[in-house]
Design a protein around this ligand. Structure first.
Ligand code: ADP
Length: 489
């Protein structure tokens, strides 16, 4: 809209007509004061200002317009009939006018000027809008960047606290952040830890993932810095995508060495267990065939049949014990190993157990040094199981020295202490700590002696459940003393 300010209505009228004929919206004011009020209220792109007005002249009005932030940029054209002298024109420009036209107004010239100013106004407005939009865009980007920085910072803080090796990389695969655990395996924050030569090359796998944008998950051994130790890790890298485009990668290396070791042990155990179970079964099958043949042969001796039956029974017992042990392990695992504690005399239990073993192992000298003439409160069968285990191990692991000494006594703090000493193969210092673990067998002797590596584990659980302690003292090639101690009551 254009505002015409003139104290003479006829002047306004003629100008208004000219402008309206050219499709401009026109408003008018008859004095400087009225003009200023209207300017504050409405939006004008041009003000045509008569210089000669009573009260406030055009120059004063123009100065007031310039002084106000809302109107300071509206172009002003001065209109004058008389003051065409240079000094008035200069004053007009000095007070903020951008053009000066004299009366009588040439309509064509006026329209040309107004149109030019309108074009300028439109351009300025468009420019201002673009500038505003640009500012908003810059602001938005700044905010988005700040948010991204915050999120990244948050992610990094999280990655610092997790127990895994963690890193982030740019979309092109260049590593940009690593957490502290990284430096246990790599001395540079831009290169992956060294992988085992027999395993998949981490760098090649990583490059492939970056090229295809696909997530990565591999198991690989990496070398601990400044050592020769390689440990199995699972490398998992996921891409963070925005509009389908990878913008970042987040990766972890999780130590799975123990898991791998457990898997290996489980596989080994399965193969040993099947072998251990198959051996007595094969013998049973063979004795059964012999027995069958003897029964069909009327001339066969009853002594032979008896012998086969005895051997079958022995193998069946072996099988039964193996399966009972396996079941015990699974019961321990699920917390279902039951105890039936009651008060009983320990000496008869010890003597009965040793007697039984004397009969099955007549070549061994089993010496009892018993000073434990006391009643104890425990699960008799389970304590017998521990005794049998210690004793059969003592016999099994001392093939060349057939003496075993069993000692029992009541300690000063009212505990039953029992030890079984053999003079056999013994156990090295570093293996001693492991032999009560599940499935553990000393490698050096495992090929020579059969076993599942669960007997001592079951013993340890039984003693623990009696609030007792257990252990072994041993010297390699000299023998071992296995012991346990449980409260009497
Ligand atoms: P197993 O005898 O079936 O292998 P155990 O759990 O009874 O399983 O024993 C675990 C391991 O401890 C054995 O494999 C053996 O290496 C070692 N061990 C146990 N008892 C003795 C012993 N008296 N002398 C030497 N080594 C022993």
């Amino acid at each position: 809209m254009i505002l015409i300010v003139d104290d003479k209505p006829e002047n306004i009228f003629s100008l208004k007509k000219i402008l309206e004929l050219n499709d401009f919206l026109v408003d008018s004011a008859y004095s400087g004061e009225e003009a200023l009020k209207k300017i504050l209220k409405n939006d004008y792109f041009l003000i045509i200002l008569d210089v000669q007005m009573p009260e406030m002249d055009g120059f004063e009005v123009a100065e007031a317009i310039r002084g106000h932030s809302k109107s300071k940029d509206i172009p002003v054209i001065f209109l004058s009939a008389v003051n065409t002298e240079k000094k008035f024109i200069t004053k007009g420009y000095a007070s903020g006018g951008i053009d000066y036209i004299t009366k009588p107004v040439d309509p064509d010239i006026l329209i040309l000027k107004v149109k030019t100013l309108y074009k300028l106004y439109e351009q300025t407005r468009a420019l201002n809008e673009a500038q505003l939009a640009l500012r908003a865009e810059i602001e938005f980007r700044k905010q988005a960047q700040a948010e991204l920085r915050d999120r990244l910072q948050e992610l990094r803080s999280i990655l610092e606290t997790i127990p895994h090796i963690a890193f982030t990389a740019k979309d092109n695969g260049v590593i940009e952040f690593v957490n502290q655990h990284w430096f246990d395996y790599s001395d540079s924050d831009t290169t992956f830890p060294e992988h085992h030569p027999d395993d998949e090359d981490i760098n090649i796998a990583w490059q492939q993932a970056v090229n295809t944008g696909a997530d990565l998950s591999i198991e690989v051994r990496i070398k601990k810095l400044n050592t020769e130790e390689y440990r199995y890790h699972k490398l998992s890298v996921s891409s963070i995508k925005e509009d389908g485009q990878t913008i970042k990668w987040v990766g972890t290396l999780t130590d799975i060495e123990d898991q791998k070791e457990a898997e290996k042990k489980k596989d080994e155990f399965l193969s040993i267990a099947s072998h251990e179970l198959k051996t007595p079964l094969t013998s049973i099958k063979a004795y059964f065939q012999l027995l069958e043949r003897a029964l069909k042969n009327p001339g066969a001796s009853i002594v032979d049949s008896d012998k086969y039956l005895g051997r079958t029974r022995f193998q069946l017992d072996r099988l039964h014990n193996l399966i009972t042990d396996l079941l015990d392990v699974s019961k321990i695992q699920s917390g279902k190993l039951k105890f039936d504690k009651k008060t009983f005399a320990f000496t008869p239990l010890l003597e009965g157990t040793v007697d039984m073993l004397r009969q099955t192992n007549p070549e061994y000298e089993l010496i009892i040094e018993n000073h434990s003439d006391a009643l104890i409160f425990a699960d008799e069968l389970r304590i017998e199981q521990v005794l049998i285990n210690y004793l059969t191990n003592a016999i099994k692991y001392s093939p060349d020295n057939k003496k075993v000494i069993i000692e029992s006594r009541i300690t000063e703090d009212s505990q039953l202490f029992v030890s079984v000493q053999d003079f056999g193969v013994g156990i090295s210092q570093e293996k001693k700590d492991h032999i009560f673990s599940k499935f553990y067998r000393v490698e050096e002797t495992s090929h020579k002696f059969q076993g599942l590596g669960i007997g001592l584990y079951i013993c340890s659980e039984i003693i623990k459940r009696h609030q007792g302690v257990y252990g072994v003292d041993s010297v390699e090639n000299e023998g071992s003393i296995f012991y346990f101690k449980i409260p009497i009551k």
